[in-house]
Ligand binder design. Structure first.
Ligand SMILES: C[S@@+](CC[C@H](N)C(=O)[O-])C[C@H]1O[C@@H](n2cnc3c(N)ncnc32)[C@H](O)[C@@H]1O
Length: 600
């Protein structure tokens, strides 16, 4: 018998609404149906709905075809499965968010109740309820449920189900209180209808659905339309490196600057006109990335206005919509003594309240003013983005000073233009050797000091990131297409965490385009990535082919992420030393949007 569920048999019988239940070590039989138990998670899905990793664990062959159709969104299942594997941690700021979501609920009154967390993800809200209730039922249809299991290790009162919320085999009224936060708007069916359908499972339900920005200035909705257009493209891209790079980029260069702008405008009372500021102020970059991933890689996203939510009174006698964010979260109850005690003093007006409408003339004038303010804010935002890109951009063009160094110090003027691949390789090796001769190993050029070719030659020393800058430019001087590559070693951390961890091992090199493709040119040893067959390799996967190279330095074993166009993670290498990642935006965006998009 399953060790974990052995003492929960009565609870399971009550949830399924039948005593005809047999529990074994690896499965639970309910009536005719047998559900596997994997890592304490009871799998309710039909076999063709199993995500790939679960199929693997159960020793099943891969699904023959991808599930398609209205009812079950397999792509959403996979997106969330991956999202929650990356963002698996419960962060300190989640506790504040929990309090915001549960402002309508008296959590102290949950003591004797069975609570269901529907679409639980990593179980971050259940985590804060685990000591406040009798029993927790967590349900999610993606592999996130295994992460939730890990996060609730110390909660013996929790039951875990991998199941589709639209097809739960549970009895009506199985839960005393059910919450479903940020889930239904990702379903392929109408989310409000689904709220109505959930009525059968509990007497009191706390729901969060994305709002239609109906309580925000008009420019918020214009920006949303733009974001939606981008999302419809990005959600199709499954490439993990793309998703990681895009999430990081948007968190750093869209969300963070807007939050920062909101801070600046706070003292003069204008921060409410800045999108994202109110929702994200005080949150860590990791937490922001979690939401960016959610926002840009989920194909389905429905949004609702307050009035639409209020219309749920056609099904629930009581609908109370919180007057505070996240918008809209609301409590639907069927009334009755049992759930009366659950409801905390409502902080927003009840949904049924009729709000008096202002005169039409006033509305027109107000809209005109809003329009002007919106246009001004968008202008300001675009200007801020352009400004940030400008000050974090690392130019790759040659200066007059560079040309003097290449012609006088490195003697490159006399080199003939390569005519064949062999010629190219000879030239590349020669340039590499000359740069090494001028600046052999030694101390790095200190942070916040210039590291252009003239500085390297003058100081006659440098580290990989110093020499590779000179190599980049020297190859450009000889007419090669060249790009800078930042190699971030893969350790136990995700790409995001590694990018922001001080001292995380990294390396900087150059890639040169030869007539046979990109070639990695090292900046610590006079080594280039030509394999035994004489084929050039770019920085991306050379560590995967380590054994095919002669004389490869040990550090080339990787593994690493190769980020094209990134020069510094914290803005310490190139003036004006603004404390944000420094990139050559053209190379970076070309790599992300052209190369990554066209590579499966
Ligand atoms: C945005 S996440 C929110 C997770 C969690 N409620 C939270 O707020 O942290 C949406 C979750 O709903 C789950 N989900 C989406 N459709 C579902 C369905 N049909 N049945 C069960 N879970 C579903 C996803 O797997 C995902 O973990």
């Amino acid at each position: 018998m399953s060790d974990y569920y052995a003492d929960k048999l009565a609870g399971l019988q009550d949830i399924f609404g039948t005593a005809a239940l047999t529990l074994e070590q690896d499965w639970l039989q309910v009536g005719e149906r047998r559900y596997p138990i994997v890592d304490d998670v009871i799998v309710l899905l039909d076999e063709e709905q199993y995500p790939p990793a679960l199929r693997d664990r159960l020793g099943l062959s891969p699904a023959k075809r991808a599930l398609r159709g209205e009812a079950f969104a397999a792509d959403i299942q996979s997106t969330f499965g991956n999202e929650w594997k990356i963002f698996r941690e419960i962060l300190p700021e989640h506790e504040t968010e929990f309090r915001n979501y549960f402002d309508l609920v008296d959590t102290e009154a949950l003591g004797g109740l069975r609570i269901c967390d529907l679409g639980c993800g990593i179980g971050r809200w259940s985590f804060f309820l685990k000591d406040k209730c009798r029993e927790l039922v967590l349900v999610d249809f993606s592999e996130a449920i295994f992460v939730a299991r890990g996060n609730l290790q110390d909660c013996p009162r929790a039951l875990f189900f991998m199941g589709d919320l639209k097809a739960l085999p549970f009895r009506p009224g199985f839960a005393d209180f059910l919450f479903c936060l940020g889930v239904l708007h990702h379903l392929p069916t109408d989310a409000l209808e689904e709220v109505r359908n959930l009525k059968k499972y509990a007497n009191a339900l706390l729901i969060y659905l994305y709002y239609a920005l109906d309580n925000r200035p008009a420019h918020f909705r214009w920006l949303l339309a733009l974001v939606t257009a981008v999302r419809l493209i990005t959600a199709r891209i499954r490439n993990r490196t793309f998703r990681a790079a895009f999430t990081w980029l948007v968190a750093c260069f869209v969300y963070a600057p807007l939050i920062w702008l909101g801070h600046l405008l706070d003292p003069v009372g204008l921060s409410r006109y800045v999108p994202l500021h109110v929702d994200y102020k005080g949150k860590s970059l990791g937490r922001i990335q979690q939401d960016v991933y959610d926002r840009f890689f989920t194909r389905i996203e429905q949004r609702f206005a307050r009035d639409q939510v209020a219309a749920l009174t056609d099904t629930y006698p009581d609908v109370v919509i919180s007057g505070h964010g996240p918008y809209w979260h609301f409590l639907c109850t069927n009334g009755g003594v049992k759930n009366d005690g659950l409801i905390a003093a409502a902080s927003g007006p009840p949904a049924r309240e009729v709000v008096e409408k202002p005169a039409t003339e006033t509305i027109a004038r107000r809209q005109q003013r809003r329009g002007l303010r919106s246009a001004a804010t968008i202008g300001l935002l675009l200007f801020s983005f352009a400004f940030l890109m400008l000050i974090t951009n690392v130019p790759t063009g040659l200066t007059a000073e560079d040309i003097v160094v290449f012609e006088k110090d490195l003697d490159l003027k006399v080199l003939p233009h390569p005519q064949s691949f062999e010629d190219e390789i000879r030239t590349i090796r020669l340039i590499q050797a000359r740069v090494f001769a001028k600046a052999p190993h030694g101390a790095p050029i200190p942070e916040y000091e210039p590291r252009e070719p003239s500085d390297l030659v003058r100081l006659q020393r440098g580290w990989c990131y110093d020499r590779s800058r000179t190599l980049d430019k020297a190859f450009t001087y000889l007419g090669f297409e060249t790009r800078h590559v930042y190699l971030l070693y893969r350790k136990d951390l995700s790409l995001f965490a590694s990018l922001f961890r001080r001292g995380h091992p990294s390396h900087a090199v150059t890639e040169v385009m030869t007539s046979k493709g990109w070639l990695y040119v090292d900046s610590n040893q006079t080594w280039i990535a030509l394999d035994r067959d004489g084929k050039p390799h770019g920085a991306g996967g050379i560590w995967k082919h380590f054994n095919q190279f002669d004389g490869a330095p040990e550090y080339v074993r990787g593994p690493w992420w190769a980020i094209r166009g990134l020069y510094s993670r914290k803005g310490a290498f190139y003036a004006p030393y603004f404390p944000l990642p420094q990139l050559n935006w053209q190379d970076f965006l070309k790599w992300v949007f052209v190369e990554k998009l066209t590579t499966p």
